[in-house]
Design a protein around this ligand. Sequence first.
Ligand code: ATP
Ligand code: MG
Length: 308
Amino acid sequence: MSANNLVSINNLTVEFKTELGSVTALKDVSFDLPRNCITAVVGESGSGKSVTSNSIMRLLPDSAQTSGEIILYPQKSEPISITSLAEKDPRLRSLRGGLVSMVFQEPMTALSPVHRIGDQVAEAVLCHREVSKEAAWSEAASMLEQVGLTDVQQKMRMYPFEFSGGMRQRVIIAMALICHPQLLICDEPTTALDVTIQAEILVLIKSLQQKLQNSVLFITHDLGVVAQVADRVVVMYDGQVLEVGDVKQILKNPQHPYTCHLLASMPGAERRTTKESKQKNWAAGAALGGGTALATAEDGRQVREFVR
Ligand SMILES: Nc1ncnc2c1ncn2[C@@H]1O[C@H](COP(=O)(O)OP(=O)(O)OP(=O)(O)O)[C@@H](O)[C@H]1O
Ligand SMILES: [Mg+2]
């Protein structure tokens, strides 16, 4: 354990039993989430990002068999071994939505379509704290202001369908933060939004983290997003952690061939690519069991691309 870490994931392996056999979603995953820091987990679809974050929230289905350990070191209270909590343990309730809360990809599905925005955010307070309805409503109003909504009292009387996607995601972030979680998990929170709104939400998440000084686990498949938002990055592939480190260091000098490949596939990478890094990327292809092939670029040029 280190006093600087809020969460330690140690040798986490998750296997799902299905009718067609077993699927190993995570293989011996280990990394830490430091306090007061945004850690991004990046990797392609199916690499195990959501299974990792759902393991922290203990949201895996019964078909999941888990080994290894996740330990949470809350401020001012005893460490909690998340992986060994019994289903009926009261600490599980204080964990979900209390110590740890989550923002999902699709803001519409996380909100009830038939309840007013204000009632939904206030309900998040009432679920975890014994306060009056009036106090919960005014806390909800103040949190909605902090996530950048204007005319809050009027908006709190509206329904989710009257909000844009970006406004709904701000509401979800307010609901996630209203009980002051020590860890905020954002699982692809901007994927469903258009590019301009995506940039605004990233700025919001970063500025709220700096203000609240909590830890954020930010899941994405996009290294461009990692560069904008994260302090540290964990690169995952096929249920395994390939590389962990400071974001600037990893973006500047990636050590694993797969990270080089991810960097090379970012928009604009062609312009930044040096002869040396091209060689590294092609080595990445070979290391992942792939190769290169000629393809026709948009401007008609023949370019060599990595294929698997
Ligand atoms: N309930 C389940 N039953 C069986 N297999 C599952 C289950 N949930 C996840 N998996 C498998 O575990 C692996 C990791 O899935 P996970 O959802 O963590 O990927 P991901 O990195 O979050 O991908 P994406 O970017 O598409 O969200 C995948 O192979 C997936 O099919
Ligand atoms: Mg996912």
